[in-house]
Design a protein around this ligand. Structure first.
Ligand code: WT7
Length: 691
C-alpha cells in the first residue's frame, strides 16, 4: 500500500503540519550549543559519542555487547547478542538477569540510605522511601504475590493512582517473573475490562480510589464493575489510599468506593496492608531469561482494538538505563522528575526502570498540573530542588497560556536539564520552555519515541548536540532511523516522508501480545515495499511522518495513520467511532483530528443520527454522546466537537473521505480534491452545520 504515504502527504491534517514545519525548518536558524559545564562534565562527551556512533556502524553487535556488559547486572552472561528472525528479535539470549535486582539490590551497597522515591500527593502530603526501604517493601510484596499463588508469566493488571505502592507492585512483579500490565487510572470500566480480558489477567491490583483535582477517582468501584465480565481474574488486592491520615473527604463517591467487598461475586478481595503485615522481607529475585516477558502495555492502534505491546527483560532494561545516562545525563545527586503517569510507557521507562536502575532519586506527583493553581509544578520544583524535569508539549502550552506570573513566583534555579516528549513541540513552546523554565541555562532535550520502542530513539544529547527549537535532532548511537519515501528510498532533504528504523534495537517491542500476525502487519509490512529495497531486510514502520533537513536534523511531523494525539494521549479515531456507534441514537460516525492550540490535536466527530433519534434535542444529545465516549473509553477520548449531519462524504465504493472532514473540522475554506466524492452537495451541508 504505497498509497499510505500519498494519502498522508495529501491529507490536510498533515499538509498543515508539514507546511508549518517545513517553513519553520527552512526558516529556523536558531541553534543552541551545549552549555560549557555540559560539554566538560556530561556523562556522554563528544569524543565518546563519536566513538560509539562509529562502533555501532562498524560492529553493531559488539556495540550492544559493550553496553550490556557495562550497564546491567547479569546473573549469567548472554551467549548471543542478537537473534534476528525478522521481524522477531531476541536480545542477549542465554543471559539471566532480573529487573528488580538491577533497580534495587545492586544499589544496597552504596546507596541504601539514598532516597529512591519522593512522593507528593495532590493535597500536599509527602513520603520518602530510601533504596533500602523500597527494597524491603518490594521484597515483602513479592512474597505476598507468591503466597497468593502468582507464578512466572502470570499476568497482573495494575490499575492505580500514582502512589509508591504502584511502583512497588510493578517491581515485585518483575522480581518474581510475573508480567504486569498497568492500565492508566483515567481509563473507564470498559477499557479496563477489555485490557484485563485481552491479557487474561489472574490478579488485579488497585486502590480504593485516587485523587484528581480534589475529586475521588473510584478505582475500586470501576474494578468491581469490570470484573463482572472478566472470568480469568481470581484475586484482587486493594491499596487503602483514601483513608490515609483520616483525611478521607466526604463526597458522594464515598459510598461507592467503600462498598463492602463481599457484595461482589467472583474474585476474592484483599487489603494490601493486611497482606503486607507480618510477612518476611526476605525474597530472592528470580534469575530470569533475558527474553522473559516483562510487561504488556496497551496502546491505541488504527482499529478499535488496543494493541498489547509486549516488552521483555534484558534489552528493555538496558536501553532504559543507557538512555537515562545519555539523554538525561543522570548523576548521583540529581532529583529527577518525569511528570508522566505510570499508566503510559514514559512512566514505565523514565519514572521507574530507567532512573531506578541508575540508582537515582525520583520524584512522583499524584495530582494535576493546575491543582490548586498553575503554579503547582514550579512550587514542587522549588521545594524539592528538582534538577531534571521531563514533561509534555501539551503541558508546556497550557503553562504558556496560564501566564508567566505562575512561574515567576518560584525559584527554579535547581534545574539543569529539561526534556519533552509525546508529540511534536512547536518552536514557540520550545523557546518559552527554554527561556522561562530553563532561564536559558538548561539544555532542552526533545525526545522522540513510542510505546513500541521502549525507550528514547531520537534525541539531543545534552553535552554534545546543538539543538534547534522544534527538532528532536538525531538518532542516538545504535539507532538507525531514517526518512523514506513510498518506495522505501531515502526521502529528499526538506521533504516529508515516513520515519522508519532500519535495524532492530534491544528495547523494541517483541510482538503484540497474543497476536504475532497483527504485529507483522502493523509494523513491518504496511506501507513501503521495503523488502525489495533493502535487499531482504525489513524496516520498522513507526507510523510517523518526518523530514530530514539541513545537516540531517530530524523534524517529526505527527502520525500518518488514523491514530491521533490529543494532549499527548494516543487515540484511535476508529475506537472513538465504534464507541459513538454503540449509542442507540447513532447510525454512523466519523471521527477526525484537527489542530488545536493547546492539545496539539483535538477530536471532531461527525455523527449521523438514526431516524428515530432525529427529533431529539440535539444539544442534549451532544453532551450525552460526549459522556458516552468518556464512559466507554475514558475522559481523554471525549470529542471536542460533535457535528450532526444527514450523511458523510463517501467515495463511490463507500469509503468515508476523512481528509475532507479534516479540512472542514480545521476550518479550512477550501477543501482538497473532491473528484472521487460521490455526492458533492454533502460538503456544502457539512459546512453549513459549522456556521
Ligand atoms: C507517538 C508515540 C514515547 C512516550 C510517549 C508517547 C509521538 C512522541 C515525540 C516527539 C514528535 C512525538 C509520535 C509517536 N511522539 N514523542 N518528541 N516529537 N512526536 O508514546 O503514546 O506510544 O506515542 O507519540 O507520533 O509515534 P505513545
Amino acid at each position: 500500500m504505497p498509497k499510505l504515504l500519498q494519502a498522508f502527504l495529501k491529507s490536510p491534517k498533515v499538509s498543515i503540519m508539514v507546511q508549518e514545519n517545513i517553513t519553520s525548518i527552512l526558516l529556523e536558524n536558531r541553534i543552541f550549543s551545549p552549555p560549557e559545564n555540559f560539554v566538560n562534565q556530561a556523562n556522554l562527551t563528544k569524543k565518546e559519542y563519536d566513538r560509539l556512533v562509529l562502533k555501532a556502524q562498524t560492529d553493531f553487535e559488539g556495540f550492544w555487547a559493550e553496553l550490556a556488559e557495562k550497564n546491567i547486572f547479569w546473573f549469567k552472561r548472554w551467549e548471543k547478542v542478537l537473534e534476528w528472525n525478522e521481524p522477531f528479535a531476541k536480545w542477549f539470549t542465554g543471559g539471566k538477569t532480573n529487573v528488580s535486582y538491577n533497580c534495587l539490590d545492586r544499589h544496597l551497597k552504596d546507596r541504601a540510605n539514598k532516597v529512591a522515591l519522593i512522593w507528593i500527593s495532590e493535597n500536599g502530603e509527602k513520603r520518602k522511601l530510601t533504596y533500602k526501604e523500597l527494597f524491603n517493601e518490594v521484597c515483602k510484596f513479592s512474597n505476598v504475590l507468591l503466597d497468593l499463588g502468582t507464578k512466572e508469566l502470570d499476568r497482573v493488571v495494575i490499575y492505580m493512582p500514582l502512589i509508591p505502592e504502584t511502583i512497588i507492585a510493578m517491581l515485585a512483579c518483575t522480581r518474581i517473573g510475573a508480567i504486569h500490565s498497568v492500565v492508566f487510572g483515567g481509563f473507564s470500566i470498559e477499557a479496563l475490562k477489555d485490557r484485563i480480558n485481552d491479557a487474561k489477567a489472574k490478579l488485579v491490583i488497585t486502590a480504593d480510589g485516587g485523587y484528581r483535582r480534589g475529586q475521588i477517582v473510584p478505582l475500586k468501584a470501576n474494578v468491581d464493575e469490570a470484573l463482572k465480565k472478566c472470568p480469568t481474574v481470581e484475586k484482587t488486592i486493594v491499596v487503602n489510599r483514601l483513608q490515609t491520615k483520616d483525611q478521607r473527604p466526604k463526597t458522594k463517591d464515598q459510598e461507592k468506593v467503600s462498598s463492602p467487598w463481599s457484595i461482589v461475586p467472583g474474585p476474592t478481595y484483599y487489603w494490601y496492608h493486611d497482606l503486607i503485615k507480618n510477612i518476611s522481607n526476605k525474597n530472592k529475585p528470580k534469575e530470569l531469561d533475558s527474553e522473559h516477558p516483562l510487561f504488556i502495555l496497551y496502546t491505541s492502534g488504527t482499529t478499535g482494538k488496543p494493541k498489547g505491546i509486549l516488552h521483555t527483560t534484558g534489552g528493555y532494561l538496558l536501553w532504559a538505563n543507557v538512555t537515562m545516562k545519555w539523554v538525561f545525563d543522570i548523576k548521583d545527586n540529581d532529583i529527577f522528575w518525569c511528570t508522566a503517569d505510570i499508566g503510559w510507557i514514559t512512566g514505565h521507562s523514565y519514572v521507574v526502570y530507567g532512573p531506578l536502575s541508575c540508582g537515582s532519586t525520583v520524584l512522583i506527583y499524584e495530582g494535576a498540573p493546575n491543582y490548586p493553581d498553575w503554579g503547582r509544578f514550579w512550587k514542587i520544583i522549588d521545594e524539592n530542588k528538582v534538577s531534571i524535569f521531563y514533561t509534555a508539549p501539551t503541558a508546556i502550552r497550557s503553562f504558556m497560556k496560564a501566564g508567566n506570573e505562575w512561574v515567576e513566583k518560584y525559584n527554579l534555579s535547581s534545574l539543569r536539564l529539561l526534556g519533552t516528549v509525546g508529540e511534536p513541540i512547536n518552536p514557540e513552546a520550545w523557546m518559552w520552555y527554554y527561556k522561562n523554565i530553563g532561564k536559558e541555562k538548561c539544555p532542552v532535550v526533545d525526545t522522540w519515541w513510542q510505546t513500541e520502542t521502549g525507550g528514547i530513539l531520537i534525541s539531543p544529547i545534552p553535552g554534545v548536540t546543538n539543538t534547534k527549537p522544534g527538532s528532536a535532532t538525531f538518532p542516538l548511537p545504535g539507532v538507525f532511523a531514517d526518512v523514506v519515501d513510498e518506495n522505501g528510498n531515502q526521502a529528499p532533504y526538506n521533504q516529508s516522508g515516513l520515519l522508519v528504523i532500519k535495524k532492530p534495537w534491544p528495547s523494541m517491542l517483541r510482538t503484540i501480545y497474543g497476536n504475532d500476525e497483527r504485529y507483522k502487519q502493523t509494523y513491518w509490512s504496511r506501507g513501503v515495499a521495503c523488502n525489495a529495497l533493502t535487499k531482504g531486510s525489513l524496516y520498522y514502520l513507526t507510523g510517523d511522518g518526518a523530514c530530514k533537513g539541513t545537516n540531517n536534523y530530524f523534524w517529526l511531523l505527527g502520525r500518518v495513520d488514523d491514530v491521533i494525539k490529543v494532549s499527548g494521549h494516543l487515540l484511535s479515531t476508529m475506537e472513538v467511532e465504534s464507541s459513538l456507534v454503540s449509542h442507540p441514537a447513532v447510525a454512523e460516525a466519523a471521527v477526525v483530528g484537527y489542530p488545536h492550540e493547546i492539545k496539539g490535536e483535538a477530536l471532531c466527530a461527525f455523527v449521523v443520527l438514526k431516524q428515530s433519534a432525529i427529533s431529539n434535542q440535539q444539544s442534549a444529545l451532544n453532551s450525552q454522546l460526549k459522556d458516552h465516549v468518556a464512559q466507554q473509553i475514558g475522559p481523554v477520548a471525549k470529542p471536542d466537537q460533535i457535528r450532526f449531519t444527514d450523511s458523510l462524504p463517501k467515495t463511490r465504493s463507500g469509503k468515508i473521505m476523512r481528509r475532507l472532514l479534516r479540512d472542514i473540522a480545521s476550518g479550512k475554506k477550501t477543501v482538497g480534491d473532491t473528484t472521487t466524492l460521490e455526492d458533492v452537495s454533502i460538503l456544502e451541508k457539512l459546512r453549513v452545520e459549522e456556521e
